[in-house]
Design a protein around this ligand. Structure first.
Ligand SMILES: [Zn+2]
Length: 189
């Protein structure tokens, strides 16, 4: 790890259209093989094109409204995992002039994990669905509830399978509470 964590920054205008990304963000997208996430394909597009799952979009729209109205920044933990690396990130959304919002993501820590095919883009997908929280990357295994993705893969024998389930993105109850409280004055816990 470098001494100072890079800060991934981008900005949306009053209509939530991406108008600027910084070099660190471009480099991060490149390193992760997201060739489609370079400026010509990102700028002037709606932020919501890149947010997976209706629940998460709804919660973030509410955060946008609150930050624009109150001017109080929202601080949110989230995960941006690759197949073999947990990335614990922290996002700060700040109000700027003319209804713009500045996003800043910092990598707080990384934890190596057993390679999870289900997070790769390549493997064949079965017709089964697995529900995953977009924020904490836990998966839903009824009747037990939300569990670490690796644990769920073990229990469902996904490591041995030829095909992996498709992912359905949602937001778990705990993360929804955190998102709903983000930027609310004094109710951060
Ligand atoms: Zn969650």
């Amino acid at each position: 790890m470098v001494a100072e964590a890079p800060r991934y920054r981008y900005r949306v205008d009053a209509s939530d259209v991406l108008v600027w990304v910084n070099d660190a963000w471009i480099a991060f997208a490149r390193e992760n093989g997201a060739a489609g996430l370079v400026p010509p394909f990102v700028l002037q597009r709606s932020l919501w094109d890149f947010v997976a799952g209706e629940e998460l979009r709804t919660l973030y729209r509410e955060i946008h409204s609150r930050v624009r109205l109150s001017g109080i920044p929202a601080v949110l933990p989230f995960r941006c995992d690759s197949a073999s690396l947990q990335r614990h990130m922290r996002l700060t959304i700040t109000r700027e002039d003319a209804g713009q919002l500045a996003y800043e993501c910092i990598l707080v820590r990384t934890v190596a994990q057993r390679h999870l095919d289900i997070l790769d883009t390549e493997p064949r997908r079965s017709i089964a669905f697995l529900t995953m929280c977009s924020c904490c990357k836990r998966a839903l295994l009824e009747p037990r509830g939300w569990m670490d993705l690796e644990e769920v893969c073990l229990r469902l024998k996904i490591f041995e399978a030829q095909e992996v389930p498709q992912l359905r993105h949602t937001v778990c109850h705990e993360c929804a509470k955190v998102l709903a409280g983000a930027s609310d004055h004094g109710s951060g816990s």
